[in-house]
Design a protein around this ligand. Structure first.
Ligand code: URA
Length: 242
């Protein structure tokens, strides 16, 4: 598709629309080796070789990153008080990226970051029931009785009970360790489900979301682009009828 040169440059994060216009006017931008003069010049986004200050820019309509969110940052694009998840994405110049869904400030783990709004919408749609698995440390003895309650749905103070969730008890003690898989994304859902059975989550980490899994080599605060296979799996997953 042919798009305006200034739009192409701005979408790649080279600068604001007015800044990139100045760069073009100053002769800092070339298209297929020829200095560009007009911001409205059309470029074939996938084929044109566009350089700004000698650096070649590769256009990708959408970018997808798997981020290991550390505790202490918020799942937002801007925040006046806290560090945001976007502050960690230092290698990409794109300005239109956003986190798909939210993890609480103290929750760690897998967060998808993209600029693909349609995919995000599908993944977050309540009708899709995308599975999310969390590891949690819980104050109190988590038992098979809790697993049964979670399987049947618990009352977290909303109109509807939670959908069936799978609880695996890894360690049963005064501080229990569990894995919980839910297929919804209600506000503070995991913490509220444990509160509903009289227990308190003291540590929470998301391990997976749909076909995406957090692997050990990605440390808190680190991110990596999704592989082509992961993007494909995610699109297939979000398109499946439930
Ligand atoms: N459930 C919670 O309670 N918090 C999160 O961050 C995610 C799921």
């Amino acid at each position: 598709m042919a798009i305006r040169l200034d739009k192409f440059l701005a979408e790649l994060g080279v600068g604001t629309r007015s800044e990139v216009k100045k760069y073009i006017k100053a002769g800092l931008v070339t298209v297929d080796g020829v200095p560009a003069k007009k911001p409205e010049q059309k470029v074939e986004e996938r084929e044109a070789k566009v350089c700004c200050r000698g650096r070649e820019l590769t256009y990708a309509a959408y970018e997808y990153y798997l981020f290991h969110k550390p505790a202490g940052c918020v799942s937002a694009t801007q925040d006046k008080v806290h560090k945001t998840v976007m502050d960690y994405l230092t290698d990409t110049l794109r300005k239109d990226l956003f986190p798909v869904g939210r993890l609480d400030i103290d929750t760690e783990g897998l967060l998808l970051i993209t600029n693909d709004g349609a995919l995000a919408h599908e993944l977050l749609s309540p009708e899709k029931h995308v599975a999310k698995t969390y590891y949690a440390k819980v104050k109190g003895r988590v038992t098979e009785e809790d697993a049964l309650l979670f399987q049947n749905g618990v009352d977290i103070g909303e109109e509807k009970l939670t959908r069936p969730a799978k609880l695996v008890i890894l360690h049963e003690g005064d501080l229990s360790e569990v894995e919980l898989t839910i297929t919804e994304g209600r506000f503070h859902q995991v913490k509220r489900m444990f509160e509903a059975v009289g227990k308190q989550v003291v540590y929470l980490k998301r391990l997976s979301m749909g076909p995406l899994t957090l692997t050990e080599e990605l440390l808190p605060g680190e991110y990596r682009p999704l592989t082509a296979r992961e993007i494909e799996a995610l699109k297939r997953h979000s398109a499946e009828p439930f």
